[in-house]
Design a protein around this ligand. Structure first.
Ligand SMILES: Cc1ncc(COP(=O)(O)O)c(C=O)c1O
Length: 414
């Protein structure tokens, strides 16, 4: 690996402040060059001739990010008909998209099937319905690898307590259904969880689903997809996973399997967080400072409707005071403008003195932040800007309150 990918950003403080002034806050800013570096780095770490890295677009479906990744020949992992439609409209090729369905309706199945995108199916029930409607076609099967891992219980997507995937012990039933409808299993898939710190859990998941392919009758495999889950460093000065070593181990496990299987298969991964988390920033502005019996509260013009990870997953996001980086340190709760007590980006966080009017930068806000946002309290989502080679471009414009209100009025009947 030649590039120092632990490097944080290509954007300096003055540029951030400039974007804040130009576009207003709250504002999402993405470092496009960093996204491309992260995407490409996986091809350097995992040395396999038939490797495909599918960007999990649920992490951030910003059109600027998708177009940029497309310029670098990225593949996509999609999870909804909406994501499939967007990917196709942006010119991603059918064969470069995988659709991982999860509790879809029949209508959704037919809608996506019409596009021609390959289905990754994670339940016997859906497999039967798919087979009955589209006999003779190709599918990928999502298995539960029986290993749980991930940085929060809500994002541990395998093991005993999960809705995802077909159990490994149900492989026989999968084969029966496939034979009945003359389907071809061209891929098998697993996704263990998001933000996996213990890399040995990934290796175990890989071995578990590869064993299923070895033990059972899967003669038509073209690829094995090992999901996403690559952890990034949310807290500064914490351990960064050695992905070069990780890549070597992955390759050796897969190479051994392919020898036994008798064919050099394609290996897929579908990371979201790893590709975009560290490139994203949410810039917010402080409008109220309060001292509640000694507890300092910095009230800002954003909230959990724009960035829910601290509330949903108790996630840590590093926050910088761009306006007063060298100020005397105090302890703050940094809160939003939404009517919930849990509406805090950070609690009891040591920060350089925060004053009304200061601009704060919430880091590692590129994955599962904007894409999980809402207009709760009827506050519009922020604008989004992408910066590529030093040039900033507005991708999503924040609607005015009037536009937001208008967008909700569909009918004049009531
Ligand atoms: C099936 C599947 N693939 C890939 C991902 C991407 O995970 P991550 O962003 O942790 O890499 C997810 C996220 O939950 C997922 O559910």
């Amino acid at each position: 690996m030649k590039k120092d990918i632990s490097k944080n950003t290509n954007i300096d403080i003055n540029s951030f402040l400039h974007y804040g002034k130009k576009y207003g806050t709250p504002l999402y800013i993405y470092d496009g060059n960093m996204i491309v570096d992260r995407y490409k780095s996986l091809y350097e770490y995992i040395n396999w001739p038939n490797l495909k890295i599918l960007y999990a677009m649920k992490a951030n479906y910003n059109v600027g990010i998708l177009k940029l990744l497309k310029q670098h020949n990225a593949y996509l992992d999609t999870v909804s008909p909406g994501e499939v439609q967007l990917a196709l409209k942006l010119g991603f090729k059918l064969e470069d998209i995988l659709f991982t369905s999860n509790n879809i309706t029949d209508d959704e199945m037919h809608e996506v099937k019409k596009t021609g995108v390959l289905f990754n199916i994670g339940s016997l029930s859906r497999l039967k319905k798919y087979g009955a409607a589209y006999p003779g076609g190709e599918v990928c099967i999502r298995f539960n690898p029986d290993v749980y891992a991930g940085e929060n219980k809500h994002v541990q997507t395998a093991g005993n307590v999960t809705k995802f995937g077909v159990l490994l012990s149900q492989a026989d039933e999968v084969i029966k259904i496939v034979k009945k409808y003359n389907l071809k299993i061209v891929g098998i898939h697993e996704h263990t969880g998001s933000g996996i710190a213990q890399t040995e859990k990934v290796f175990q998941s890989m071995k578990n689903i590869l064993a299923v392919a070895n033990r059972n009758d899967f003669p038509d495999l073209r690829f094995v997809d090992f999901g996403g889950g690559f952890k990034v460093q949310y807290k500064p000065k914490t351990h960064r996973i050695d992905y070069a070593n990780f890549g070597k181990k992955i390759t050796s496990i897969f190479e051994k399997f392919c020898k036994e299987y008798g064919k050099e298969l394609e290996m897929y991964f579908e990371p979201g967080k790893y590709i975009v988390a560290e490139s994203g920033y949410l810039m917010i502005e402080v409008n109220t400072i309060k001292n509640n019996r000694g507890r300092l509260i910095a009230g800002t013009n954003s909230g959990f409707n724009h960035l829910i990870r601290p509330l949903l997953y108790e996630s840590y996001h590093y926050i910088e005071n761009l306006s007063n980086p060298k100020g005397k340190k105090y302890i703050y709760d940094i809160c939003g403008n939404i009517c919930e007590t849990g509406d805090c980006f950070a609690q009891q966080r040591e920060m350089p003195e925060i004053r009304e009017g200061d601009k704060l930068l919430i880091k590692n806000a590129g994955a599962y932040c904007y894409s999980m946002g809402s207009i709760y309290n009827l506050r519009a989502m922020p604008s989004e800007v992408i910066v590529v080679n030093g040039k900033d471009q507005l991708v999503t414009k924040r609607p005015t309150n009037n536009e937001l209100a208008e967008s909700l009025i569909y009918s004049t009947l009531i």
